[in-house]
Design a protein around this ligand. Structure first.
Ligand code: HEM
Length: 133
């Protein structure tokens, strides 16, 4: 959800002229904010390309700005399914990892960034029944 956010960009259309951080945004302009970019920004993430779930350990997030990580958007239009999907994905992962050990076959998986992010082709991995080495 950080390195491969399912919604890599979030779009808005400006309804009025605005100035954001010194940049003028005219009414009618399309604006994108990109979790893909912010989630890999070295200002907020040390060694940004490294997968490290400990970044989300209890207490770790207090050292980052609120919107350094925003895979579900934010504010009044934030995703209503965010808590459900985090629960569902952890449960699904726990069930798969309880049954199998997974080893990636493809070290690099090109992505296809449409409305949602997905692998461009198969993301192959080798499965072994859990606990059998
Ligand atoms: C990993 C899973 C998911 C991701 C990454 C995700 C991400 C997002 C994002 C980025 C937005 C747009 C926020 C914006 O425009 O500011 C959004 C909106 C929305 N999501 Fe999700 N979503 C996920 C799962 C779900 C699920 C499971 C549901 C329903 C059960 C759901 C329902 C919605 C709805 C209804 C909106 C529109 C909210 C509004 O405009 O008021 N999403 N989601």
């Amino acid at each position: 959800m950080r390195l491969y956010p399912a919604a890599p960009v979030i779009g808005r259309r400006a309804v009025a002229d605005a100035v954001v951080d010194g940049h003028t945004i005219p009414a009618g302009a399309d604006v994108v904010v990109a979790p893909w970019v912010t989630h890999r920004h070295p200002r907020y993430w040390e060694d940004p390309d490294r997968f490290d779930p400990e970044r989300f350990a209890p207490g770790a997030e207090k050292d980052r700005p609120r919107y350094a990580w925003f895979p579900f958007g934010g504010g009044p239009r934030a995703c209503i399914g965010q808590h459900f999907s985090m629960l569902e994905s952890v449960l699904a992962l726990a069930m798969v990892l309880g049954a199998y050990e997974l080893e990636a076959v493809d070290r690099r998986v090109p992505v296809d960034a449409g409305i949602t992010l997905r692998p461009k082709g198969p993301a192959r991995c080798r499965l072994r029944p859990a606990g059998r080495g």
